[in-house]
Design a protein around this ligand. Structure first.
Ligand code: ADP
Ligand code: 5GP
Length: 202
């Protein structure tokens, strides 16, 4: 069965969650990889839905056990992708969507590059990012400042992605995302190509 990984990165506050939610009914059967994190949950976030919220010790035990496909430290907290549910979803032919940072994208590309399609999502400017983070009102001012500083580095990795979505209008951004998600499903892995070639010749 054909399966693919769609990696979304972009500064915190870029609109990644908003876009996935808006597109969710238009991209077919997919599995959103729920990450594990040591950061505090925000008001309204649900354990097991938005993230698995764990302590630093629990996360480090997970690292030792080899639970993570990839993990990284972002804004002084650990964030990681669990391997097991991702494998299951891929085996079931689902499109697997990751919302991970630029370090995670590099690691996933290294591990599973031939089935990865990636997209960098960003607001039109740093000023607009600041405005959105402030009006989202989920983080205190110090945390927002740190996210803004981090965004200045993250944007420099934009050229490592297959696609870029400027999230100016949410409707347009959603449409672009739906197009990319549909194209990601059509990507063939090396393994699938080898099987096809063999059968085609036989
Ligand atoms: P992320 O998941 O990338 O951290 P969110 O989806 O939480 O970002 O979006 C950050 C904030 O910006 C939210 O308050 C959201 O409602 C708002 N937002 C998202 N897209 C747009 C847009 N195109 N125009 C204006 N505000 C937006
Ligand atoms: P937030 O705290 O705003 O939810 O996420 C902060 C950053 O961590 C975002 O850039 C987000 O994409 C990234 N992130 C979330 N989950 C993971 C993960 O499992 N791995 C990595 N490497 N980054 C993640």
């Amino acid at each position: 069965m054909s399966s693919a990984i769609l990696v979304l990165s972009g500064p915190s506050g870029a609109g990644k969650s908003t876009i996935i939610e808006a597109a969710s009914s238009e991209i077919g059967d997919y599995y959103f990889s729920v990450s594990t994190t040591t950061r505090e949950s925000r008001d309204g976030e649900v354990d097991g839905v938005d993230y698995y919220f764990v302590t630093k010790e629990e996360f480090e035990e997970g690292i030792k056990r080899g639970d993570f496909l990839e993990y990284a430290k972002v804004h002084d907290n650990y964030y990681g992708t669990s391997l097991k549910p991702v494998k299951e979803a891929l085996n079931n032919g689902k499109l697997v969507i990751f919302d991970i940072d630029i370090q995670g994208h590099r690691l996933v590309r290294e591990a599973m590059g031939d089935i990865v399609v990636s997209v960098f999502i960003t607001p039109p400017s740093l000023k607009e990012l600041e405005r959105r983070l402030t009006s989202r009102a989920t983080d205190d001012i110090e945390i927002i400042k740190r996210r803004i500083e981090n965004a200045k580095d993250e944007i420099k990795a934009i050229g490592e992605y297959d696609y870029v979505i400027i999230n100016d209008s949410i409707d347009l951004a959603k449409e672009r995302f739906v197009t990319i998600a549909k194209a990601a499903r059509l990507k063939w892995s090396r393994e699938e190509l080898d099987i096809f070639i063999k059968e085609w010749i036989d």
